[in-house]
Write a protein that binds this ligand. Structure first.
Ligand code: NOJ
Length: 531
């Protein structure tokens, strides 16, 4: 009997602990707050992931076309984006979906090789311009605000052939390209994003092999790429600010990707590692633009400088900005675009980490995820940790002088299906965390975009990982689009400006095929019955 009683107590403890653990993950108790009236709700996509028509009507090859055509093994399902969701032909249906959702704003990107097939502004492709004009007109017709990402990873391969983002002249080429977009569209487009996730372009594309052009020149190329890209960003900001804003108004910023960094333990070293992660990853791009002082974060300058010296380089592998460049880049954004999906645990490395030389090695920290964090996502990195979202928003608000934040991407990937319970749950939790961030923490968030409007070409995951609110049947000739349950949830949030009545902040069961609670309890229950 005594054993039975003890087991009963144990069962009770498991139930209580599980509830608490799940509440700890959530961004806070269920919030009765609502989103402000003028809060912007939107959906995001990118040209290379949805348009298809990769060589139609004068478009030239992008670095992603080039990479996947030449290395089909790069993509999990050996697919490519030649047709993708065929939005080049189906944009009217896309706008119809946006209307069904009831959102205020649509974030899409322009394909540089579609508009400027040579990479340069010497030849502007009229059919490319016409496509985006049609899309913008269709949006405006239905009162949907267009937000344009100028660069979302699809550089013309012709520019990559001459060094891409490591070639210092790209600052001019990119400015010419942006100028063509402003000239043609700034009368109707009031939100501009210069770059989407520049860290993915430079760190993973030039330093590593995870993104195109998969150059793998770590320790050198990620720093050159970033240097040119930040100058290009500032140049385009000033161009817009001087020549186009006075004529048409509008806002311009950049979209940075950041995980939240939680110390792995409470040790001073791990707390320092988490801080260093944010400073040297997010801060690598954010500090030059959004901080009061400008320039790269002092710690990054110090760490790369010391390592470079030790490695016998004549100068730091991190290029230097001149004081006038620091001034030119600082303050060049009207808002902070944030793409956020997940959280990591950080600790200090006690030996060399990463390839030598590399940004990872220069910084010297270790990043892992808690295996108990819920997720059954098709993207193995996508653990569901809503509290991290809330903390990150507070961190950005505090660190970068209360800059207005627009969450330009947030979402969840699964293996497909209309009954997408996990995505519904993810959005519930992250939007709850966002409400707490706005109302309790006073984080300065002005907008939120779900990634993504529809299933699309998820880079190296091909069509295996689905992020859409709309399911796309890639096998059907018309790439049929069907609203998932998450589309219904999102449209109700947009309409009511609040969370659905049945949202439960402690409920993470949608993320485990054998929920933690059940899997721990079943053996205990069996034992209980035997006693
Ligand atoms: C970041 C990128 O901007 C987008 O292109 C990608 O599909 C999503 N995150 C999901 O990985």
């Amino acid at each position: 009997m005594e054993a039975k009683n003890s087991l009963f107590m144990l069962l009770l403890l498991v139930i209580i602990c599980n509830g608490n653990a799940q509440l700890y993950l959530s961004g806070g108790p269920k919030s009765n707050y609502t989103f402000p009236k003028d809060f912007l709700f939107g959906v995001s996509t990118a040209a290379a992931q949805i348009e298809g028509a990769w060589n139609e009507d004068g478009k030239s090859e992008s670095i992603w076309d080039h990479l996947v055509h030449n290395n089909p093994n790069f993509v999990k399902d050996h697919s490519n984006a030649d047709v993708a969701a065929d939005s080049y032909h189906l944009y009217k249906r896309d706008v119809e979906m946006i209307r069904e959702l009831g959102v205020d704003i649509y974030r899409f990107s322009v394909s540089w090789p579609r508009v400027l097939p040579t990479g340069f502004a010497n030849e502007v492709n009229p059919l490319g311009i016409q496509y985006y004009r049609n899309l913008i007109d269709e949006l405006v017709k239905y009162n949907i605000t267009p937000m344009v990402t100028i660069y979302h990873w699809d550089l013309p391969q012709k520019l990559q052939d001459i060094g891409g983002w490591t070639n210092a002249h790209i600052v001019d080429y990119y400015t010419d390209y942006a100028n063509v977009l402003f000239k043609n569209f700034a009368d109707k487009v009031k939100y501009w994003i210069t770059f989407n996730e520049p860290m993915q372009t430079c760190l993973e594309g030039y330093g590593g092999t995870y993104r195109a052009p998969a150059l793998n020149r770590h320790g050198i190329a990620e720093y050159l790429c970033t240097h040119n890209l930040l100058k290009a960003h500032a140049n385009v900001y000033h161009l817009f600010d001087k020549q186009y804003r006075p004529l048409y108004g509008g806002k311009i910023g950049m979209s940075l990707d950041s995980n939240w960094a939680e110390p792995k333990t409470n040790s001073t070293k791990d707390i320092e590692a988490a801080r260093l992660y944010l400073t040297t990853h997010l801060g690598w791009y954010a500090h030059p633009v959004y901080s009061t002082e400008g320039n790269y974060p002092p710690e990054l300058i110090k760490l790369v400088g010391q390592k470079s010296q030790k490695q016998n380089y004549s100068r730091s592998r991190l290029p230097e900005f001149t004081p006038s460049e620091v001034d030119f880049i600082r303050g060049t954004a009207d808002f902070f675009g944030l793409n956020h999906y997940t959280t990591y645990l950080l600790s200090m490395a006690d030996k060399e980490v990463g390839a030598i030389p590399s940004h990872a090695n220069d910084v010297g920290i270790i990043r892992v995820q808690d295996p108990n964090w819920p997720s059954k996502s098709s993207s193995d990195w996508l653990k569901v940790v809503p509290f991290g979202f809330r903390r990150l928003l507070q961190y950005i608000t505090k660190t970068y002088n209360n800059i207005p934040i627009i969450v330009t991407e947030n979402g969840y990937a699964d293996f497909s299906g209309v009954d997408d319970k996990a995505r519904v749950s993810y959005y519930g939790h992250y939007l709850n965390a966002l409400l707490h961030a706005i109302h309790v923490d006073k984080s300065n968030v002005h907008g939120y975009f779900a990634w993504s409007l529809m299933d699309n070409f998820e880079w190296d995951d091909g069509y295996v990982s689905r992020f859409g609110l709309y399911l796309v049947d890639f096998k059907s000739p018309n790439k049929t689009r069907t609203a998932k349950h998450s589309a219904k949830l999102y449209s109700s949030v947009v309409a009511t400006r609040g969370l659905p009545a049945d949202y439960d902040p402690a409920d993470f069961t949608a993320f485990s095929s054998a929920p933690i609670l059940v899997s721990t309890m079943l053996p205990l229950l069996a034992l209980y019955r035997l006693l």
